[in-house]
Design a protein around this ligand. Structure first.
Ligand SMILES: Nc1nc2c(ncn2[C@@H]2O[C@H](COP(=O)(O)OP(=O)(O)OP(=O)(O)O)[C@@H](O)[C@H]2O)c(=O)[nH]1
Ligand SMILES: [Mg+2]
Length: 454
């Protein structure tokens, strides 16, 4: 029998109520150490004094609820103690549970037990974590849909279809002399295409799904003193970053979240890029380069009141392969002809160029729209289910690719045996999403991203 685990299910710190949860076969006995004689009806709330068994002192008055296996979150016996939310008191209650045979729960262990006991599948378990971690109402909404099994239900018919195709091809293998008749073959092919297309379509919703979950990472880069921190502050609407006329003011990155048309944007101000002997600044410069590699959009800033320098050109060369926007700053102190000349020089390779003034605010709204434009697909506003997890996206993409490979093998009239390899792989990948074909260490990895007490 698995050990009985205990954890605080509410955040640490002072609060109105703090909920301590026990799960496992010994839950009732351990709770009894605090409550005394206790023979509760399941799913009924009882108000009971909690007593320290060592001293006999009453330490709290709590609401106690018992959930009898298998009708509980984990599928095991659960006792929930809703205590007053004092950190010292909660610690004391947990210590008493530990002293009486419970073990501290690991991150995600309650949900892992729910999974092992068939109370939910892996995609649903991950949705529990995503719901708790949701940063926006839109991503919370997606998580609750996934938690209620919508994603798993969407995958089921695909897995069924794939399995049917596999069975057909396997049976053709059994009778080596006869190939599948032409009509059946074209039916198999059509089904494979349908599954590959639908799998690919679901995978693609990740573009929007990731956006509502994580937001867009936007890095502001450029050589020192062009006005990155000034733009950062202007977008934020507060004087968060230090701005001075000294080149090399920003040493470390500064992250802040803003919302542009409801899309969360994680904005990163960076140290100006240049060769420098200052050790602190050079570490900052290194970090700026790393941030660029990670960003969804890089905003490269140049000073419109000056000529483009070799440093500017080098930075621009470095972003040619990634999603970027060039910003001409300080238009308030540059003359129109000069701005146009710089703009023309930059336009050559078809990049988006936006002129603005971080100082006066002119042009900033246009920049905001340009940043989110390539990332605001209609799916966000439509009511469809969105894939929000990179793991799911990866598995869906790989499944679709495997099926497409099998389709071309079928067209090349390769043997069923070969065609089947990709189909089996695809089925395995789809199964990994819901956890039917997931290995133990994958589970460990996934559940390590959960918080304690869930
Ligand atoms: N006239 C004018 N001055 C600006 C504008 N934007 C920034 N500045 C000035 O340019 C100087 C440098 O601004 P910062 O925002 O610190 O520049 P930075 O790119 O963050 O510089 P580093 O942190 O050193 O890389 C400051 O004196 C700002 O006031 C603008 O749009 N117009
Ligand atoms: Mg700066």
């Amino acid at each position: 029998m698995p050990e009985t685990i205990v954890a605080l299910a509410t955040p640490t710190g002072r609060s109105g109520i703090g909920v301590i949860r026990l799960s496992g076969g010994d839950s009732l006995r351990i709770a009894g150490c605090l409550i005394g004689d206790f023979d509760p009806e399941p799913r009924t709330a009882y108000v009971r004094p909690l007593i320290d068994p060592e001293t006999g002192d009453i330490i709290d008055e709590a609401v106690v609820t018992y959930f009898k296996a298998p009708n509980s979150f984990t599928g095991e016996d659960i006792v929930e103690l809703s205590c007053h939310g004092s950190p010292v008191l909660l610690r004391q209650v947990i210590d008493i549970c530990l002293a009486n045979g419970a073990r501290m729960a690991e991150a995600g262990e309650f949900t892992l037990r729910a999974l092992s006991n068939g109370r939910m599948d892996l995609a649903e378990a991950e949705a529990v974590r995503d719901l708790i971690d949701a940063q926006t109402t839109a991503s919370a909404r997606q998580a609750i849909r996934q938690l209620r099994g919508e994603f798993s239900k969407q995958l089921q018919p695909l897995k069924d279809d794939l399995l049917n195709v596999i069975v057909l091809l396997e049976s053709a293998l059994e009778f080596v002399e006869d190939d599948l008749p032409e009509t059946q073959l074209s039916d198999v092919r059509a089904r494979m295409i349908a599954v590959a297309d639908e799998t690919g379509r679901i995978a693609q919703t990740f573009t929007a799904g990731r956006l509502i979950r994580e937001g867009l990472r936007v890095a502001l880069v450029g050589r020192p003193n062009v006005g990155k921190s000034s733009l950062f502050n202007a977008l934020l609407g507060s004087d968060r970053a230090i701005v001075t006329e000294i080149a090399g003011t920003t040493r470390d990155q500064i992250h802040e979240r803003i919302s542009v048309d409801g899309i969360p944007v994680s904005l990163i101000d960076t140290a100006g890029l240049r060769e420098t002997i200052d050790i602190v600044e050079s570490i900052g410069v290194e970090r700026s380069r790393a941030v660029m590699a990670d960003a969804d959009v890089v905003v490269v800033m140049v000073d419109a009141s000056e000529e483009l320098t070799p440093e500017d050109l080098e930075i621009l060369g470095g972003v040619s392969g990634i999603e970027h926007i060039v910003v001409l700053n300080k238009i308030d102190k540059a003359d129109a002809a000069h701005i146009e000349a710089v703009r023309t020089k930059l336009h050559g390779d078809g990049t988006t160029v936006k002129a603005l003034s971080a100082k006066t605010g002119e042009g900033i709204e246009t920049l905001q729209r340009a940043i989110i434009e390539p990332f605001s697909p209609q799916e966000i506003s439509s009511s469809g289910f969105l894939v929000t997890d990179a793991r799911h996206h990866d598995l869906l993409t790989r499944a679709a690719e495997e099926i497409r490979t099998s389709i071309s093998q079928l067209d090349e009239k390769l043997s069923e045996e070969i065609v089947l390899i990709g189909l089996h792989n695809a089925l395995r990948y789809l199964g990994e999403i819901t956890g039917e074909t997931t290995t133990e260490d994958m589970l460990t990895r996934i559940f390590s991203t959960f918080c304690i007490g869930k």
